[in-house]
Design a protein around this ligand. Sequence first.
Ligand SMILES: *[C@@H]1O[C@H](CO)[C@@H](O)[C@H](O)[C@H]1NC(C)=O
Ligand SMILES: *[C@@H]1O[C@H](CO)[C@@H](O)[C@H](O)[C@H]1NC(C)=O
Ligand SMILES: *[C@@H]1O[C@H](CO)[C@@H](O)[C@H](O)[C@H]1NC(C)=O
Ligand SMILES: *[C@@H]1O[C@H](CO)[C@@H](O)[C@H](O)[C@H]1NC(C)=O
Ligand SMILES: *[C@@H]1O[C@H](CO)[C@@H](O)[C@H](O)[C@H]1NC(C)=O
Ligand SMILES: *[C@@H]1O[C@H](CO)[C@@H](O)[C@H](O)[C@H]1NC(C)=O
Ligand SMILES: *[C@@H]1O[C@H](CO)[C@@H](O)[C@H](O)[C@H]1NC(C)=O
Ligand SMILES: *[C@@H]1O[C@H](CO)[C@@H](O)[C@H](O)[C@H]1NC(C)=O
Ligand SMILES: *[C@@H]1O[C@H](CO)[C@@H](O)[C@H](O)[C@H]1NC(C)=O
Ligand SMILES: *[C@@H]1O[C@H](CO)[C@@H](O)[C@H](O)[C@H]1NC(C)=O
Length: 604
Amino acid sequence: MSDMQLRQLTSLFPLLAIGLAQQSTITNPILPGFHPDPSCIYVPEWNNTFFCTTSTFNWFPGLPVYASRDLLHWKHVSNALSRPEQLPYLGYINRGQSGIYAPTLRYHDGVFTIITTLANQALPRENLTRWDNIIFNTKDPYGEWDDPIHYYGPGIDPSPFWDENGVAWVTSTFNSSGVVHAPVNLTTGEVTLPFKWLWIGTGGAAPEAAHVYKKDDWYYVLLAEGGTREKHMVTMARSRSLHGPYEGSPDNPLLTAYNNTESYFQAVGHVDLFQDGKGQWWAAGLTVRAGGEYAKDPYHANFPMGHETFLVPVEWPEGEFPNFTNVSGTISGDFHLPQPSGPETVPEQGPGQLVDADDEVDFEPGSQIPPHFLHWRIPHTDNYKVSPEGHENTLALRSSMLNLTGYDGDSTLGRGQTFISRRQSHSLFKFNVEVDWKDSLVRDSEELGIAIMQDQSQHFDIGIVLLSSTEPKNQTSGIIWQIPPTESGYINETTSLEPNGPPKPYIRFGGIGITGFRRPEQTIWVEEVTELPKDFSAGPAGTKDEELRVFWYTRGDLLVPIYSGTTVGAYATSNGRYGEGAFETYISKWRYIGIEQVIEESKQ
Ligand SMILES: *[C@@H]1O[C@H](CO)[C@@H](O)[C@H](O)[C@H]1NC(C)=O
Ligand SMILES: *[C@@H]1O[C@H](CO)[C@@H](O)[C@H](O)[C@H]1NC(C)=O
Ligand SMILES: *[C@@H]1O[C@H](CO)[C@@H](O)[C@H](O)[C@H]1NC(C)=O
Ligand SMILES: *[C@@H]1O[C@H](CO)[C@@H](O)[C@H](O)[C@H]1NC(C)=O
Ligand SMILES: *[C@@H]1O[C@H](CO)[C@@H](O)[C@H](O)[C@H]1NC(C)=O
Ligand SMILES: *[C@@H]1O[C@H](CO)[C@@H](O)[C@H](O)[C@H]1NC(C)=O
Ligand SMILES: *[C@@H]1O[C@H](CO)[C@@H](O)[C@H](O)[C@H]1NC(C)=O
Ligand SMILES: *[C@@H]1O[C@H](CO)[C@@H](O)[C@H](O)[C@H]1NC(C)=O
Ligand SMILES: *[C@@H]1O[C@H](CO)[C@@H](O)[C@H](O)[C@H]1NC(C)=O
Ligand SMILES: *[C@@H]1O[C@H](CO)[C@@H](O)[C@H](O)[C@H]1NC(C)=O
């Protein structure tokens, strides 16, 4: 059990002590770190278990599935996208903020379904292949999911609603102009065209994440509007017929943090509703921990935890629109949690760990790479080997030619970037891993290290690199946007001569960041090199760890998690030279320790 869960439990005691036995408490975010766009369900048939999934954009494996019975302890139990062959095209998607968009998770007739979109923002809006809509099914949420079924549909954020004949009407939010729906056969992908308009929303920007629910003889459409930043909000409309016309609630928006600059939890929206076995309604949705400044200027705000998942209780009186609780770090009230909370309620099945658990991974012989470890795009799986012979209890990394920036900052065209990571799940954390560079790095530019990464245009790396010269590279602002891919789509393997003199090891702190929303002219490149001291370790500042000295700082607002969040992990690259697999190296003793979860704005 991790620090955060401990605090969630202990925070119950003061309340009980003063006699408010009816009160319940939940602590947000329930899925901390990179967990945008949640969709959650309650499945009585599966031992009264709640399941959630979230967006993963270009990360692999994708679409993590979390299970809980108390709504407080969430265990990672599978990844719907777990095999490169399920979606090879993910490796070729161009723009950094493309990839797997908001999924919807549902259970119907013994089948779990995740329906989502592989978005390719590089294609024009008129081209519907920009939105590759896909369906993942499984009969066992703790096991492997089927290969995705592709269907022809416009827009993003699909969500099924089953009518009384068992027909799944799939909503999509289309071209920023409202909600459409059509019947889709979720086992064949067959669509009954055309998609018909349901509701245009209340006029907020970018209507998305629509879900349809039926309650008390009303059909409700739930929507996110205002864009996924400071004006993000939840709106609803209802109709007596599934096909409309829908009429908006007079109280819209029903939930938002906009104008609530007191709240540390901003960008609230993109919710899904579900009801537990006791009849209590809940909303899971997207938020960022950013504080009031975010409302004024989200593009320069500091919220390195990215898009996270909150949970709030919802009152939904008969015949009325639901009444959401505002989002905050600690929510206490006279709502009822589904059952007494405790780690013993965590499902036994499934390979993963609690969503915010620490890592103590030793890559023992016969073990697997843990299911919560992440690669940027589709990995070249033979670049990662657990405990190869002669290097037991290590993870062998075969270097990639591409470094984490890649050659244009935004695509890899199918090439791998050797990087293995996990989500940053805590505001303050410590990550360390042992690296073996002495026997691995031989030639100029060969490099291995650790990085905190949001995407190819936003990451900071601290590595050991062999360099023949430390002349600063002529990296100018915006350069990553200007190098076009070669005609063949691949950079030619360089045959450059070995430079004169043996290269020496340096510690290099390097990285790239953007202040402002994907504005190339605001790209900042940093690069600092220091001769490698004899003994060293690298870690976060301010942890009072005597062994650590501060090399460099980076500002959190240079890692703007536009839609996603950050991961931390290890990389190995030859920085564009010598071909793929130029060297092999071994990492071991992988440790991630969550130190603190900040859930309110500091008042200093
Ligand atoms: C979607 O919107 C874009 C931009 O406004 C427009 O060019 C395009 O024609 C629209 N597509 C459809 C199918 O309506
Ligand atoms: C849409 O994009 C795909 C992929 O680039 C391309 O093959 C196709 O020709 C485009 N279709 C239209 C109508 O432009
Ligand atoms: C989906 O298609 C399959 C195969 O054609 C069919 O057996 C099934 O009944 C269809 N499902 C629905 C809900 O129509
Ligand atoms: C937020 O404040 C602005 C400016 O005062 C106002 O126009 C808007 O309606 C408010 N939005 C909400 C959701 O309260
Ligand atoms: C939620 O916060 C808003 C301010 O943004 C406030 O007007 C509203 O009363 C709050 N709702 C509840 C139920 O506390
Ligand atoms: C919504 O809930 C809040 C907090 O329980 C309550 O003060 C408010 O009156 C409710 N609003 C409606 C419309 O029921
Ligand atoms: C169901 O959940 C309970 C804990 O809530 C656990 O003790 C039990 O083993 C579970 N049963 C199955 C079949 O998973
Ligand atoms: C290096 O960058 C400067 C702009 O900062 C530019 O004027 C110069 O031409 C560049 N040199 C090379 C070799 O690209
Ligand atoms: C890459 O190599 C091919 C064949 O070896 C050659 O035709 C092409 O010009 C090279 N491209 C670049 C950008 O060097
Ligand atoms: C990253 O790799 C590219 C080639 O893919 C290279 O041009 C660039 O210099 C490398 N970055 C560093 C810091 O070495």
